[in-house]
Design a protein around this ligand. Sequence first.
Ligand code: EPU
Length: 419
Amino acid sequence: MDKILVHGGASLSGNVKISGSKNSALPILAATLLTKEPCVIHHVPDLSDIHYMLQILSHLGAQVERASGVVTVQAEKIITEAPYEIVRKMRASVCVIGPLLGREKEATVSLPGGCVIGDRPIDLHLKGFEALGAMHRIENGNVKVFAGELKGSSMSLRGKQGPTVLGTDNVMMAAVLADGTTVIDSAAAEPEVVDLANFLNKMGAKIEGAGTRRIVIEGVKELHGAEHSVIPDRIEAGTFLVAGAIAGKGVTLKRVDPSHLTAVTDALTRAGFLLKIEGDTITISPNGVWKPLELTTNPYPDFPTDMQAQMCALLAKTPGISVITETIFPQRYMHVSEMKRMGADISLNGATAVIKGVERLSGAPVMASDLRASAALVLAGLQSEGITEVNRVYHIDRGYELIDEKLNGLGAHIERVKA
Ligand code: EPU
């Protein structure tokens, strides 16, 4: 397995171009199954999760072509059973259920288990499909969802932890071809849901209200091919902003949508950094002070869970006491024990992390446990003395396009050691 060696202490400056959003591209690629006609998707990041999704689409019968960030999919004839070997590698595979159910009125997908960031049920997805008239059966580790016909109806997709992003995507993708009107209350309002709705509308769907808590979908008979450009990845952007905060002398992010990053830029401003927003760029620079923070993760537009680990890395060396509370995935703290091995002073009390900023961190061999935790360990390495060896780099490659090359382009000293 590849590993990444981060030589701490380098200062970062210059420009970095943000890639297309992984969490937008995945459901958008799944949505191409809703039509027999070709769809062309631009700004698709080159990530292992995207490769898995393209493999699933091919397995389901679609013709898939990819050339430097542009993916063309034509799903003229499809089957409805997704392969276990690929689905088990990526939880987001569940978002093929919605389009398969919408188009073919059935889908069989291996049921995702938990993952290191916590329990990952799909009960809300199934609740939504049921509201549309579908039934489901769990057999041999698979979930089969099927319907004679899909009928629009009203539902709430609110769970114990709030709305569900992929659940909203999934139900929206099934409902676009249902008979009549569907109303999703307590819908997720993340920019990735809006991006998917915009793509579906380009395909001929009639969706209103995406980006609010109530989405209304007028079912149509069929969808057609469409061309779309995926939005910039707000979590990759947030991660580079934290890198700029930790080690930056002025780092400019290009091709971002600053309106998607308000919670993160507000937090970094409160933490003492200077942020300048101009069009589709954000520049972060030091301001001579680092201030502790109190942060709580919540659904969009609040502070994203996907940025929690990276903020832990910043706050680990911020003087004073910071407090982070994780409300979406209360156990998403796998990075904490690794950061402690680097000298961080973090104590966990349930879903709350209390971080006492330390003067120095020291490089250590650390284990990546999930995508964002791994990125956070690279960030911690940037501000540590000596070398931080991040193992199990495949977690990072699931969601960050060329993170080592991009950071090195800003002046970092990171080596990738091929297994
Ligand atoms: N939940 C349920 N029942 C469900 C679905 C979700 O109880 O049927 C709970 C979850 O356990 C969690 C909360 O609802 O407590 C929110 O989960 P959500 O369904 O919104 O998560 P997701 O759609 O599976 C997406 C992102 C995650 C991101 C979360 C939250 C993709 C591919 N994944 O997951 O991204 O953390 O939304 O914003 O879009 C990442 O990129 O590193 C990542 C994990």
